[in-house]
Ligand binder design. Structure first.
Ligand code: M6R
Length: 608
């Protein structure tokens, strides 16, 4: 939550910062601001609401200078207005911050007693006053920031400028992500890669507690006061990966990218003899496993539900699925045979991170599935079971799409890898599963052809205020995900239920105004799922049916039908997810909502 950028070079800092913030807006869009140091010293522009308001402001009142910092906000402390927008300023110092300063109230009281005058309700403003007060004591900028961060409790990625230091800025991080990007005669910091890729692909993922002193011609990284060397990495993503590429919305682009994303998830990981190779995950450490807990939130939790069935059925290991925010506060009754795996697209969801950290500190083996390279979750697990990267590429739309399907496929790979490691699957069976997986991108391409038909269905589907999504077996998590997608971007009320649960209460809701999206798989539960739909139809409820080819006769129980390719049962959750995403997208687009940046949400939930 919140995105920060810092730039020093020879270009217009305001332009570089705004371009960078555009790619980080998924992290929050309550307000945005930049501070630039130019010939006239330090100046800033801030605006409530989305980045476009700041851009408008900058067109009217431009800022010149080639050093600056920028911020896009998801409000935690203080309303989303201009006064609370970053950068926050104290004298010659300006600061942008992602995270939460937990001891801000105490610091604020202390700084006010020393004469500091606060203007905002934010926790961040204390950092600006703290650095300024240390500068007043004669410290240079780097020493002042170094001293200030020793006083901070909580999480921060900060970038700090001072008009008395027009050729440098300082950045530091603890428990919030920060990337240092190394260019030619220019250097940047940012919360995420897409903001820096147009300038350079050589980056350093700053470590916990690192502080970077950044100049045009170089950077120095410090850790606990000592200069440290950090290996830079060359990133292969093209900047185009974080652009809309002709699509109306990032979400639609990301939906259509899924066949490619799944190919990338599988790439280099499938052996000729049914073996699975996951490069950063250590199957050698799973010996003695008796139980796995999958811990996640939101869409990732839905993927975990699908993963439970895959691991239990393929590897024969019992699995529990846990909401990270609940799990972290429960008593953990674990033994030597327990493994805990976190699933998080962003790799920085606070609850997932805390849950993994908690059990790891008790000596439990932890691993994770994440999309973001070197993310906090990945780092936490790297010296234990390790990391499975989903390789979905940057997901900018706040509503997860390709993250979900690549997570499910990563869990499938994990299940196969575990089964092979523990000798619970034959090479023949594993080879057959792998063949199916190789064919999956093709089936996904075919499924996406339904987009036009689903778009035509959107005016009808948009007439209702409430929805039920029903599925059985492995399609139950897909029903949950379909409901989440619809409510998140169209603001229509939707609930996902296991079809068999209908008679136990929800059926009371059914009227001609209360439609159901029913998922019917081509599996052993098909007849039962159809009976559940008949019961809804008998009570006048409209039904949008998603079923596989060959089930055309089911049109009799539905008002609208979407057919998807018939695929092996284990792949149905991936295939059925696509019409769920397309339905939510087209309904939201028809209703004219802000599809990529739905109200009140941010993509990375880095606070509890
Ligand atoms: O980054 P994570 O996967 O940990 O995020 C978890 C949820 O916040 C996330 O899946 C959220 O539910 C999605 N935006 C829903 O589309």
């Amino acid at each position: 939550m919140c995105g920060i950028v810092g730039y020093i070079g020879s270009e217009s800092a305001a332009e570089v910062l705004v371009d960078g913030l555009k790619t980080l807006e998924y992290r929050g869009y309550d307000s945005a601001g930049v501070a630039v140091i130019g010939a006239q010293g330090l100046d800033r522009r801030r605006a409530e609401g989305k980045l476009k308001n700041l851009s408008k402001r900058l067109r009217a009142e431009p800022l010149s200078g080639s050093l600056g910092i920028g911020h896009t906000r998801w409000a935690t402390h203080g309303r989303p207005n201009e006064t609370n927008a970053h950068p926050h300023r104290s004298g010659s110092v300006a600061v942008v911050h992602n995270g939460i300063i937990e001891n801000y109230a105490e610091l604020r009281t202390e700084l006010q007693a020393g004469g500091a005058v606060f203007h905002s309700e934010t926790d961040t403003e204390v950092v600006a006053h703290l650095v300024a007060s240390l500068r007043d004591q004669g410290m240079d900028l780097k020493t002042a920031v170094e001293s200030a961060i020793k006083r901070l409790e909580g999480a921060y990625a900060i970038a700090v400028v001072d008009e008395d230091f027009p050729d440098e800025f300082i950045a530091a991080r603890l428990a919030s992500p920060l990337i240092l990007a190394l260019g030619e005669g220019e250097n940047l910091v940012a919360s995420d890669l897409p903001a820096v890729l147009p300038y350079t692909r050589d980056v350093v993922f700053l470590e916990e507690g690192d502080l970077a002193h950044i100049r045009r011609d170089g950077v120095t990284i410090y850790h606990q006061g000592e200069v440290v060397e950090r290996q830079s990495k060359h990133i292969k993503w093209s900047p185009a990966a974080a652009q809309k590429g002709g699509y109306k919305h990032f979400m639609l682009k990301e939906i259509f990218e899924q066949p490619r994303a799944i190919s990338d998830t599988l790439s280099g990981r499938l052996g000729q003899n049914g073996e699975v190779h996951l490069e950063h995950f250590d199957f050698g450490r799973v010996e003695g496993v008796e139980h796995i807990s999958l811990v996640a939130c939101g869409t990732s939790w839905h993927a975990a539900l699908v993963g439970r069935d895959l691991i239990e059925n393929i590897a024969g290991i019992p699995v529990s699925v846990e909401y990270a925010h609940e799990y972290r506060y429960r008593r953990h009754l674990m033994g030597a045979g327990d493994l805990v795996l976190g699933i998080s697209q962003s790799g920085e969801t606070a609850d997932t991170l805390a849950a993994l950290g908690e059990v790891k500190s008790q000596g439990v083996r932890v691993g994770c599935i994440t999309n973001v390279l070197e993310s906090a979750v990945a780092r936490l697990c790297s010296d234990s079971l390790g990391v499975i990267y989903t390789h979905a590429g940057p997901e900018i739309g706040v509503a997860s799409t390709k993250a979900f399907t690549t997570q499910m496929v990563s869990l499938h790979l994990l299940a196969l890898g575990l089964a092979r490691q523990l000798g619970r699957i034959s090479a023949e069976r594993s080879k057959a599963e792998i063949e199916d997986l190789r064919h999956l991108p093709h089936w996904m391409e075919q499924t996406l052809e339904a987009s036009k038909d689903i778009a035509e269905l959107a005016p009808f589907a948009s007439e209702f205020d409430n929805y039920l999504f029903l599925g059985r077996g492995t399609l139950f998590p897909v029903a949950l995900e379909g409901a989440l997608k619809l409510k998140e971007i169209s603001y229509l009320h939707a609930e996902g239920y296991a079809s068999g649960e209908m008679k136990h209460g929800p059926i009371a809701l059914i009227t001609e105004q209360f439609p159901t999206v029913a998922l019917v798989g081509d599996d052993a539960l098909k007849a039962k799922a159809v009976s559940n739909i008949e019961e809804i139809k008998a009570r006048g409820g409209p039904v949008i049916l998603v079923a596989s080819e060959g089930s055309e006769e089911l049109a009799r129980v539905a008002d609208k039908v979407v057919l998807v390719p018939k695929v092996p049962e284990r792949l149905q959750p991936v295939i059925y997810s696509l019409p769920m995403q397309l339905l939510a997208y087209h309904v939201a687009d028809h209703l004219g909502t802000d599809v990529d940046q739905p109200r009140n949400l941010a993509k990375s939930v880095t606070v509890e």
